[in-house]
Structure formats: structure tokens, C-alpha cells
Ligand binder design. Sequence first.
Ligand code: GAP
Length: 415
Amino acid sequence: MKQDNLMEKIASLCKRRGFVFPNSEIYGGLQGFYDYGPLGVEMKNNLKQLWWKWFTREHENIVGIDGTIIDHPKVWEASGHVQSFVDPLSECKKCHHRFKSDDIITKTCPDCGGELTDPKNFNILMSTELGVIEGEKTRAYLRGEACQTIYLDFKNVVDSTRIKIPFGIVQIGKAFRNEVTPGNFIFRQREFEQWDLQWFTHPSEMDKWFEFWKAERMKWYQSLFNDQSRLTFYQHEKLVHYAKKAFDIQFDGREMEGIHWRQDWDLGRHSEYSGKDLTYEGYIPWIVETSGGVDRTFLFLLMDAYTEEKDRLVLKLNPKLAPYKVAVFPLVRNKEEITKKARSLYLNLKSQISCVWDDRGNIGKRYYSQDEIGTPWCVTVDYEKDSVTVRDRDTTKQERVDISQLDSYFQNKLK
Ligand code: GAP
């Protein structure tokens, strides 16, 4: 399927079934802003929890923080964003559309053929004001990358825990960029979420840890996607001056996460700008960063899961990510004893596992509806006293399972 076509289909499914909505839609929408709906927030939370558990429980020496969106304005001077977080753009003199200079091949507008201006720099840091008195407000920035808060808390983490180098700090949080060309659904937004590891190491071990995290992160993504051949590394050739190497993990050739060699740049700059000593045992630790987009991963997982079959549309999501794990149906609607038994089974399961009730239409329609949102198992309660049927989303096969075994049946599947 062509990529743009697939993206359109996914955006439409997301809206129709409550995964993602355009923000402020009743006012005509706001470009680059999206809300997660009832199913989307379940899936996104599942994704973030998997990420968090993987770092903090399946690795050692990693702790988390949850920092603010607005930091001291000097942070963004020290980080270099005030001076250099810019996109060079050319504007069409006729239709006034703006284009990233990187995307322009000729001096004429791709939209109307008009003449383009020379590239000008646009800063994409988003600003706000602090204070209540007009004329005395100070400018602050919504963080352009979430990782800066980790550097600000580095010393506090070291001082308040018994953690020793090498160690990592992880965080999942919002970042804001005044992207000039937001688009491709939730691929490029102005408000989005990042998940970061900042791994602090002695300089002598930098290479080893860079390679370790590069491989680990790829393995993690591979564990979630069906078609691993769509995940690749891209090696950057143009590097910032302090970086020895940089890689992206891509899905279908589009960036999902960056593995960055940040060296002592960040702590060094914050030390210089704040005048505070950020050394550890006499040296500034070097940093390996893995910084990915939660929304992009969410989008790519949907693209990977989206499957059109002859008579159904199915989201083959990893069950751990699916918004609902189980749907419970009564076989027929007009038999009180079946409905009662099904309701009680549903209420029981619901306290253990994410579950949804469905008694609309016929069974075929209910399967269709659950396939479309990726529910891995549908339980139908029928005339059998002690057992139910469980239908598998991917194989569409059904099997009989004892009601007393149902809990452990699903827990085993989810292991
Ligand atoms: N701290 C490093 C950093 O921010 P980045 O490559 O600019 O690096 C990391 O961003 C990740 O954040 C990207 O790989 C991408 O997944 C996500 N990201 C960046 N800009 C985004 C945007 N405008 N909308 C959605 N996700 C974005």
C-alpha cells in the first residue's frame, strides 16, 4: 500500500474509532496539535508503561524523573537552542507558502510556480510569558527537547540516590516545537511526547555504551513490531561538533528514535552558564542519549499492524499494546440467563484485564468491530454452563476454555 494512502486510512480509522482526534476540531482545528481519544490513550499508556518497565526493571542503574515543561530561560541559551534551533525557509513571493530550504530543488514555488525568497532562519522554540503584570512579564520557553530537564536534575539525582556511574536517567514528557511544516498526521506535531534515556558514563567507556544502547533500543522496537524488516538504522553523516557518531532507528525510512553521542556538551554548558560544579569524581560525565518520539512510535505501530484482508480490516497489534485485551459477548441478546452470566463474567475479568462489553448486532459484526481496534481475544458466552468460546483475532480460530481457567489463560497469553 502506498505510504500516503496508508497514513490517510490510519488517520481516518483513528478518528472513527477514538484513537486520535484533531485538536480544537469544532473551531476548525489547530495545525500540528492532536488529542488521544478513549482507545488511543489506553494504547499510548500501554506503550509508555512497557518502555518504562523495560528501562527501569530489565536494566540496572536506571532511575526516572518527571520534570517540568518550562525551565529557567537560561537553560535554552546554554543548550544553544535560542541561537541555533532554526529552520531555514524560503517563502513564495506570490502565494506566501513557506518551504524548508532542504526540500527545495529550484527557485520556483512547488505550489504555484512563483519566485522564492532567499532562505531566512525561523526559530522553532515556542515561547510563553511568566508573571502577571503587563510590561513586567518575562519570556520563557516551552521545552524544545525533554532531555534538558534531565541535565538540570543530574546533580540532585546523584546527591539524593546511591547511584554510581555508569547510570541512566529516563523520562517521558512533552516537548514543543513551532514546526514550520507540521504534518503527516501525528508524525510531525508542534506538541508531542518524547521518551529519553540519558546514560552517564566515564569518557573511556563511551564507545562501548553507545554501541550497547544502539543495539538494545533496536531489539526493543523489534519486540513490538510485526514486520522487523521495516526497522532500520540510518547513520548520520553531518554531525554536530561534539558528536563522534549518530544513528536513527527508522520505520519505513522515517525517523523514530535517535541514538546520540552527546559527550560532555550538555553538562559542560550548564556548568558554564550556571556557574555550578556538575563534575562527578573530578570529571564531567559523558552522555549517550536515546531519544524517541512516543507519538511517532504509536503511529508506526498502527502502520505496522494495519492489515486489510478479504472481508475484514484488522489491527494486528501486539496484545500488550492493544487498548482492550478482551471483548465479552453474550451469544444472543434476548436470553436473560446468558446475558446475566456474560455480564458477571465480564465484570469479573474487567478487574484483572482491560476488557470491553459488546452486545450490539450479531456476532459477526462484533468480531469485525473488535478486529478493527485490535482486540486480540473475543469471549462468547453461550448455553454451555462451565465454558465459553475464545476467538483469536489473528487466526480467527475459536477454542473452548473453562470459565475457571479464563484468567490464567489470558495471563499466559500476555506473558
Ligand atoms: N534530545 C534529542 C532530541 O530531541 P530529536 O531527534 O530532535 O532529538 C527525538 O528528537 C525524537 O523526537 C525524534 O526521533 C522523533 O521521534 C521525535 N520528534 C521530534 N520532533 C517531533 C515532532 N515535531 N513531532 C513528533 N515527534 C517528534
